[in-house]
Ligand binder design. Sequence first.
Ligand code: F6P
Length: 344
Amino acid sequence: MRVGILTAGGDCPGLNAVIRAAGRKLLREGHEPVGLLRGYRGLAHQEHRSLDHEALSGLLPMGGTILSTSSYDPFRHDDGPALVRAAMERCDVDAVIAIGGEHTMEITRELHAQLGLPVVGVPKTIDNDIVGTDRTFGFDTAVHVATEAIDRLHSTAQSHDRVMVVEVMGRNAGWIAVTAGIAGGADGILVPEVDIPVEQIASTIRQRHDRGKDFSIIVVSEGARLAFEDGSSKKVRANETTDEYGYERLGGIGAALAQELEAATGYETRVVVLGHIQRGGTPTATDRVLATRYGVAAAEAVMAEHYGTMVALRGSEIVPIPLAEVVGVKGVDLRLLELATTFF
Ligand code: F6P
């Protein structure tokens, strides 16, 4: 079989490890992996590259994706479905492994349902918000980066008696904020799933001062709302534009929150936005192993013709689940947030 492999949506640590694992497994079983460039654009527009042993070596520690990525959605282009159909009729590839996030899984589900594309999905994102899997690869690395940043901010915050607001990514799920917040010992965590009033955070900071702790670290998820005790709340975005597919560009809540906290407490408050640093660079060992397991499982699912599925982590097993079940956003486990509050 000729099996197309593509990476779509935002990049994420571990993409190359999945490409390597799926490609090497396919080669070992006598099949031919082919790289489709820039997500589904490569399938539609016949932009391919060979994935031989040479191309698949040295990839485990590499950040980004050797196949490049884009959010190209065939259903949002008039000629998209026809181009995908033509690729199938020409037998450009016999099957596709699509590595991507929530939007990519939605496209993949529809390409399978509407056009019969023989496809298997692999759940990628630092946000860990894909329904149906316990964990996405890339998340561990992002949490690691955010935790290290929080650790570093502790010493400078302490030296200057400052409040530090750390804005992390995660879109509309608070997984990175809560997990890095627990690991880094944050004094307050704000997530999109729950509105926590500014006054409550300010009171926590004041109580710390009363106990002799003259600094505080507050972690805020980019999708969290600025909320107040009178019940009002608003989404804050520094950049009000959307991307070419209508997805909101998030970010900006950190600065707004810092301003409110400084006004409410009188303590100097600074903001640090971690941004794409969380997404770049080498994956952690945990992400490399998860990515490798996903890649091999995706190749096995293709060879077994388990199409229309996504490989998912369920407990300690990787299993193919129907893409039809992969709908919506998986919010953070609020028990973790509850756990974090023990230390505020
Ligand atoms: O989904 C991954 C992610 O990094 C989000 O956490 C973030 O909101 C978004 O992508 C940023 O996307 P872009 O790089 O397109 O601005």
